[in-house]
Ligand binder design. Structure first.
Ligand code: UTP
Length: 289
């Protein structure tokens, strides 16, 4: 029996330089897509996947995220007094069972691998999921649930992948694929941001992972890689051959909300599916020259 995935690490300590100046005083993960911040989409996806403990690795300006997942009594009282029941419900819709969300600080932004390592004592020897909230995935069920379902059969480690254009491989971690079973692909190798000419495939890793706790020991010894950061990809690559390692081609649409264009696409795609906004947004788009 594979040990169940009950914990997730959400790294939210990056600098978000591509979104400055918006991210100067607020974290990137608090940027909204329509009316909901990115971090809330990630927490909801995790809860849908049956995850019970949500570990946020925060950095500067963490307080606003803690506040987002807590009561706002003044707002709640005013909405109640004014009889605004629907708004009251929305204002509380992100509240989780007390103790479910925990926070740890990454004191220096040394990269994604380092951020995950900062959660090692909270992960405490259990297999765990990771989601990057700026990779917004619209899927039914959500990408994490799809992965947990596959993990329950396969065990080991897993990354979510999608096919990308060859010229884009240098933006992603890319797998060397082994045998395939439907949407599940055995991972034989992993390389971070390869030049298109050197990329072992066009199967790119997006921000959803299931990892065995041994990755924390590897991260302890991992030196800075591409971009001077401690790369999660380098640590994961060392697990290949020692533990089962699969990629899951998730079903759904992924938006890179860490980039302005991806964030805009996410907003437009969500608006186009919202019954109250669809007509307006489609008319707006067709009016563009
Ligand atoms: P990104 O690669 O998008 O980096 O991080 P970034 O710093 O957030 O954004 P840019 O590139 O400067 O615009 C991917 C994920 O890893 C987290 C980020 O918060 C994001 O969720 N991260 C990255 C950390 O938590 N710590 C780090 O040191 C780096």
């Amino acid at each position: 029996m594979n040990r169940p995935i009950k914990k997730i690490v959400l790294p939210v300590a990056g600098l978000g330089t591509r979104f400055l100046p918006a991210t100067k005083a607020i974290p990137k993960e608090m940027l909204p897509v329509l009316d909901k911040p990115l971090i809330q989409y990630a927490v909801e996806e995790a809860v849908e996947a049956g995850i019970e403990e949500i570990i946020l690795v925060t950095g500067r300006n963490k307080q606003v995220m803690e506040d987002h997942f807590d009561h706002a009594y003044e707002l709640e009282n005013i909405l109640q007094e004014k009889g605004k029941g629907a708004a009251f419900d929305v204002a509380r819709s992100m509240l989780q069972e007390e103790g479910r969300i925990v926070y740890v600080r990454q004191m220096r932004p040394l990269g994604l691998g380092h951020a995950i390592w900062c959660a090692r004592h909270l992960v405490n020897g259990h297999p765990f999921a990771v989601a990057l909230p700026d990779d917004l995935i619209k899927g039914k069920p959500g990408a994490l649930k799809q992965m947990v379902n596959s993990y329950n059969e396969l065990g080991g480690n897993m990354v979510a992948t999608m096919d990308v254009a060859r010229e884009d491989t240098s933006k992603y971690g890319v797998i060397t694929p082994g045998s395939r079973d439907g949407k599940r692909i055995e991972v034989k190798g992993l390389v971070e941001k390869p030049h298109p000419a050197d990329a072992p495939s066009t199967s790119a890793v997006v921000g959803r992972y299931i990892l065995q706790p041994e990755v924390m020991d590897i991260l302890s010894d991992t030196k800075a890689g591409a971009g001077g950061e401690i790369q999660l990809t380098d640590a994961m690559a060392k697990l290949i051959g020692k533990q089962p390692f699969h990629a899951l081609e998730f079903e759904g649409r992924r938006f890179d909300c860490g980039s302005k264009l991806g964030w805009l696409q996410a907003n437009l795609a969500m608006a186009a599916e919202d019954p109250h906004m669809a007509a307006g947004v489609k008319a707006m788009i067709s009016s563009f020259k």
